[in-house]
Design a protein around this ligand. Structure first.
Ligand SMILES: NC(=O)c1ccc[n+]([C@@H]2O[C@H](COP(=O)([O-])OP(=O)(O)OC[C@H]3O[C@@H](n4cnc5c(N)ncnc54)[C@H](OP(=O)(O)O)[C@@H]3O)[C@@H](O)[C@H]2O)c1
Length: 308
């Protein structure tokens, strides 16, 4: 395999540009890639994804070997009324990044979502299953996947689900706050998925990028494409909440509220969500030999990182 086909960052310290550096995943990518190369993280101030000119100027200035795009419009319900902005950030911006990545022969790593599916399947969704987003956020992320692939450069798209971690706004912190405030919590119990930590996502991404750089996975045509990347196992939002409160009680004696399992129909939201969000990680394991931890083990690890 010629060196160039393996990625030119294989032979020198790679320049790694992280977009969305202040988000949950962006922060963990900074931690995980710190020793891998020269890491530059851009937040919204440094690179506004709603402006293609801003993206081009940052990418041309940085001339990265690897672009990790952790930025996204992630307000699922608000996207229903901010369609244009959601598409600008989740669809147009990744397309511009992918064109720029191709221009400078960089590897673009982009993240997508379980919400590209309609949730109707019994069993885990594979990468070959038909997409059918139920909401604007999912549709905008699917358009982003398509734009990245269409640019024709070296790219990886990792679809993940129910992301949380030790930093940022997420379900874990919402539960801990509500649990301290209320005696009872009604939590949706008929949507299932795999809670996935930003920590596991960042570390799995690093292992794969390092493998590509070392030429372990062959040429781009052998590895480029869409992969599912979630923690193993599955639960409902109510099951996730139960696991959080069990750990909070054990770790710092937190009060455990009464959890009332409810149906999605009893918790109406502007955006409809898939019933079954569970993604199969078989392709990721087969192609890269990478498996993320089980969701409960990953939750334990995040609790270890929380301030006591
Ligand atoms: N969160 C989930 O449950 C979930 C589930 C499935 C897939 N994903 C995907 O996983 C990836 C990482 O998600 P996450 O949970 O880490 O998201 P997050 O914590 O919401 O972070 C998103 C980041 O995008 C930035 N951003 C938003 N609009 C921007 C703009 N106009 N210009 C520049 N930056 C902008 C935000 O900046 P500010 O800090 O300034 O707002 C933030 O740093 C995304 O691709 C997301 O779609 C997430």
């Amino acid at each position: 395999m010629p060196q160039a086909a393996q990625g030119r960052f294989a032979i020198q310290q790679p320049r790694i540009l992280i977009l969305g550096g202040s988000g949950q995943l962006g922060r963990e990518l900074q931690r995980s890639f710190a020793g891998v190369g020269a890491v530059v993280a851009a937040d919204r101030m440094a690179c506004d994804l709603s402006s293609p000119d801003s993206i081009r100027s940052v990418l041309r200035g940085a001339e990265p070997n690897v672009i990790l795009n952790a930025a996204a419009y992630t307000a699922v319900d608000r996207a229903e009324s901010e369609r244009e902005l959601a598409y600008a950030i989740n669809a147009t911006a990744p397309g511009v990044m992918a064109e720029e990545a191709r221009r400078c022969d960089a590897l673009l790593v982009h993240y997508s979502t379980d919400y590209v599916f309609d949730g109707s399947k019994t069993g885990p969704w594979t990468e070959d299953d038909p997409t059918g987003p139920l909401n604007v956020y999912g549709a905008s992320k699917l358009a982003g996947e398509q734009a990245v692939a269409a640019a024709g450069g070296r790219h990886l798209i990792f679809r993940t689900s129910w992301v949380y971690g030790p930093h940022g706004k997420n379900f874990l912190f919402t539960m801990l706050r509500l649990g301290a405030e209320r005696e009872k919590l009604s939590i949706v119990d008929d949507q299932i998925g795999a809670p996935t930590t930003s920590v596991e996502l960042a570390d799995a991404t690093r292992r794969i990028v390092e493998g590509i750089a070392a030429g372990r996975f062959g040429a781009p045509e052998d590895w480029a494409g869409v992969y599912h990347m979630t923690c193993a196992g599955q639960t409902s939002w109510c099951g996730f909440a139960r696991a959080i409160f069990a750990r909070a009680a054990a770790a710092h004696g937190a009060k455990v509220p009464e959890l009332i399992p409810i149906a999605s129909a009893d918790y109406p939201t502007p955006a409809q969500r898939p019933r079954n969000s569970v993604l199969s990680n078989a392709k990721l394991a087969e192609r890269f030999g990478v498996r993320l931890a089980g969701w409960e083990q990953a939750l334990d690890a995040v609790f270890e990182l929380l301030p006591r």
